[in-house]
Design a protein around this ligand. Structure first.
Ligand SMILES: Cc1cc2nc3c(=O)[nH]c(=O)nc-3n(C[C@H](O)[C@H](O)[C@H](O)COP(=O)(O)OP(=O)(O)OC[C@H]3O[C@@H](n4cnc5c(N)ncnc54)[C@H](O)[C@@H]3O)c2cc1C
Length: 813
């Protein structure tokens, strides 16, 4: 391999990538291809000296996140290009492959996948079981009820792919050095990094941790503790199987979810791998520096039951011997998806770690990283892979627990209403035990527990995992009725709170946010845009004083927003102090027609409609504790958000409960809130509002202040002039006992034209509803559409005006 090992290291580079596995090499390739030539990859040993060399090499497009699926499609389609550019074979076998369902639930799951694939441009189709058995005569069809075929699936040679990326990168002008371990990464005061090796030091404007199996150790060099964990993983290769050696055509690849196995042809035999139900995290204390091209001792007992299933479903496997048993480690992130992008709180430090399916995802990761570095933003929403979806709570210990859970659940179905059990109670508020005692079914987001819905006491607090409406449905209905008819209270610790102070804070926010910045004592809603006019936030701005502001937004996006704010503050000369205060403010929201009456019992001052107007904010005392009081609500009712420091949370809660008892106060959870906003046609961040869409497409352009200059204005103006091509619409859907669970295809005139971004049951108006993006010609009020739910096309209709309180009179009352 003719790399640049013998060459002297350069003293400066725009980017140094640490790690020559498939991920690092793909990033090098994409950066060089897109025009950044001053880019160097450093590899401690030979390329592919981590998990990349012993991968099973199976490739497929299916993923829980649609954008990751799309990027997996991109990755597979890229292989031809890197092979041609590099002249190095990637050993690709484009056999096609199928996902097999052996029970009803998995069949439903596959129907959902196919629905997603429709608008992602992926070509998945169901084939009959007979056809599946014809294409793969070794499977026993009696086990299966459905097969979803994807022509892109197949297998590659892992080492070939990695070298092809590296060599193709070199063709484009990139450089890599093998046998060059990075010993230190030290940041200079100017924000650049000195990357220290035995062969010299490179001063880099940016560095990328693509350390794979050593991601943790490479992170430690910069004081970063990543929540990723290598896991042991087995696959076996059989001796030659006569049915295969006698065939001319190569067998397709396959995944049998319930059987928990994946399989493909390997020379004259078969390769079969499994994600065992009890994960084995490898080397908790850290990956040894001298670990290289060795494998781990196979632990047959761990996978014996899975193999038995495999042998039953593919009987030919049991008739020949096992030639090779591989146990190799590879690194998982806490939710099984990669962690990529600039690390919040660090300058010029990027990661691309926890990539557990590097041969399916490596190309997409490289693409997004390169776009992000060069253009300042990736071309599609990478939220599902963004390192910022985790925060400080994501400790290495928590990472090990969650990574193990995700390993174990790789082929286990997660239903839309299911919450995962491990790593729970990582962050709780003072109310946790009380809410549970009152029957709360808790969920966690960004590591913080919050109530999803309330059962009739702790013994009743359970829910079956299902695609259809669960027993929670009737309880949520009662919560919604409580809010709509009387008054409800919900904990809102899980909203993000960002504080800006200083004499130039207003000027900074005015440029950062597309909407109007309110006067002291007032609130405004505003989109935040990228330079390309994509949504990067929908935020509530509170002006406490002319030089003091709070921004309220999505709790899970707090670290992503923090990174955005800090990045823009870097180039800002004025006096602005910023802090993410999400953990410093917990609180409760109360809403419903009797919420003013309840509030008036908790405060000394006048909170009448003239004294505390819709969109007023006040620093005051509520329930006898210092509070930030906002007159807004996400339920569509008259309502208030009351933020207090965490140590006052119990006092506030008790005060609300005591004062609300005779008003019919009902506690409600996140599900009821999400139901109520549906009948108001309101979108939510990460679902309906995200960087895949623009202000005009999402309808958030109504909040833009066109009279001022702001980030993304040129792009937003251009779009306003041309008109958006798609739009977010709200739909009612005719269904029976089931609602959308996001990502379903939307049909018009028999064609998939869009997709559902969120939805559920709107309890007050008694309708199944969804929000989704469709081409503008299908966005008018009353347009008849269809939504594909578990394979069935359900009639849907666009509702242009909210079904509940369309003029917002109740909220403003
Ligand atoms: C048994 C098994 C089967 C698998 N099957 C599949 C499959 O079928 N399909 C699929 O898509 N994926 C599969 N995978 C997963 C796949 O192998 C990984 O997703 C992929 O290898 C991750 O690549 P990476 O570049 O992130 O990490 P790695 O391959 O671990 O690369 C990291 C590199 O960084 C280098 N490095 C570390 N520290 C330093 C330092 N200080 N200085 C310089 N260099 C450093 C290392 O030497 C190494 O080469 C499998 C993995 C295993 C173990």
């Amino acid at each position: 391999m003719g790399d640049e090992t013998e060459k002297k290291l350069q003293s400066h580079a725009k980017v140094v990538i640490i790690g020559g596995g498939v991920v690092g090499c793909s990033i090098l390739f994409h950066l060089a291809k897109f025009g950044w030539k001053d880019v160097v990859l450093l590899e401690r040993n030979e390329l592919t000296s981590g998990s990349s060399w012993h991968a099973a090499g199976q490739i497929h497009t299916i993923s829980s996140d649609p954008n990751i699926s799309r990027l997996q499609g991109y990755t597979i389609n890229l292989y031809k290009e890197i092979e041609e550019t590099s002249g190095h074979s990637v050993g690709m076998h484009n056999t096609g492959g199928f996902y097999l369902a052996s029970n009803r639930d998995w069949y439903d799951y596959l129907k959902r996948e196919r629905s997603k694939a429709r608008y992602m441009g992926l070509d998945q189709e169901f084939i009959s079981i007979e056809e599946a058995a014809r294409r793969h005569p070794l499977i026993d069809p009696s086990h299966y009820m459905a097969a979803l075929w994807d022509p892109l699936d197949g297998d590659i040679d892992p080492s070939g792919v990695t070298y092809a990326y590296a060599k193709a990168a070199r063709v484009h002008g990139g450089t890599y050095h093998t046998h060059t371990p990075v010993l230190e990464t030290n940041q200079r005061p100017d924000g650049s990094w000195d990357v220290v090796t035995e062969k010299g030091t490179i001063n880099a404007e940016m560095i990328v941790n693509a350390g794979g199996l050593w991601a943790r150790e490479v992170g430690h060099l910069a004081g970063l503790h990543l929540p990723v964990q290598p896991m042991e993983h087995h696959y076996l290769i059989t001796e030659d199987i006569p049915e295969i050696t006698q065939r001319e055509e190569r067998l397709p690849a396959g995944i049998d979810y319930e059987g928990n196995i994946y399989f493909r042809q390997e020379r004259g035999g078969m390769l079969l791998g499994t994600y065992e139900p009890r994960a084995t995290p490898w080397s908790l204390a850290g990956t040894p520096q001298d670990f290289g091209h060795e494998l781990l001792e196979p632990k047959l007992d761990n996978i014996a039951d899975r193999l038995e299933i495999g042998f039953a479903r593919i009987p030919a496997l049991g008739k020949v011997g096992i030639k090779n048993m591989i146990n190799g480690p590879f690194t998982f992130g806490p939710d099984g998806n990669p962690m990529i992008g600039p690390v919040p709180g660090m300058k010029n430090y990027w990661v691309a770690v926890g990539v557990m399916a590097g041969f399916c995802q490596g190309g997409g990761v490289g693409l997004c990283m390169a776009e992000w570095m060069i253009d300042g933003e990736p071309s599609i929403d990478v939220w599902a892979m963004d390192v910022a979806r985790f925060g400080d709570y994501a400790s290495p210990d928590w990472g090990t627990v969650k990574s193990s859970e995700n390993y174990e659940r790789r082929f286990v179905m997660t239903f839309p209403n299911e919450t995962l059990p491990k790593g729970r109670r990582q962050q709780t508020t003072a109310l946790y035990d009380r809410l549970v005692a009152r029957g709360a079914v808790m969920g966690d987001a960004y590591g913080l527990e919050s109530a999803l819905w309330f059962a009739d006491g702790p013994d009743d607090a359970h829910e079956e995992a299902t695609f259809r409406r669960s027993r929670a449905h009737d309880y949520v209905a009662k919560e919604v009725a409580g809010v709509r008819e009387h008054v409800g209270a919900i904990e809102i610790a899980n909203f993000a709170k960002h504080e800006f102070a200083g004499k130039d804070a207003r000027g900074f926010l005015d440029h950062l946010l597309a909407g109007r910045i309110p006067a002291p004592g007032r609130l405004s809603l505003t989109p935040m845009l990228t330079e390309k006019g994509k949504l990067y936030g929908d935020l509530t701005v509170a002006c406490l004083d002319d030089d003091h502001f709070y921004l309220f937004g999505s709790g899970v996006a707090q670290n992503m927003h923090r990174r955005w704010f800090e990045r823009h503050l870097e180039g800002f000369a004025g006096d602005v102090r910023y802090a993410n205060r999400s953990e410093n403010w917990h609180g409760m929201a109360i809403s419903g027609p009797k919420s003013r009456q309840l509030l008036s019992r908790l405060v000394r001052e006048d909170v009448g409609p003239e004294a505390l107007k819709f969109r007023d904010v006040r620093q005051t005392f509520v329930g006898g504790v210092p509070a930030m009081l906002l007159r807004v609500s996400f339920s569509g009712e008259l309502g208030y958000e009351i933020y207090v420091a965490p140590q006052y949370q119990i006092r506030l809660f008790e005060a609300i409960e005591d004062a609300g008892a005779d008003l019919g106060l009902r506690l409600y959870g996140g599900r009821a809130l999400m139901s109520m906003r549906l009948e108001k046609n309101w979108g939510a961040w990460t679902l309906d509002f995200r960087p895949d869409f623009t202000a005009a497409e999402s309808g958030l352009d109504v909040f833009i202040d066109w009279s001022k200059d702001f980030i993304g204005k040129a792009a937003a103006e251009a779009e306003a002039k041309a008109g958006p091509r798609k739009r977010l619409v709200t739909m009612t859907i005719e269904t029976d006992g089931i609602d959308v669970s996001n990502d379903e295809a939307v049909f018009a005139d028999g064609q998939a034209v869009g997709y559902v971004s969120s939805g559920g049951y709107a309890h007050h108006v008694g309708k199944s509803m969804a929000l989704g993006y469709v081409p503008v010609e299908y966005a008018d009020d009353g347009t008849a559409l269809e939504v594909e739910i578990l394979g069935e096309l359900c009639p849907a209709k666009v509702v242009g005006r909210p079904l509940y309180d369309p003029n917002g009179g109740k909220m403003r009352s």
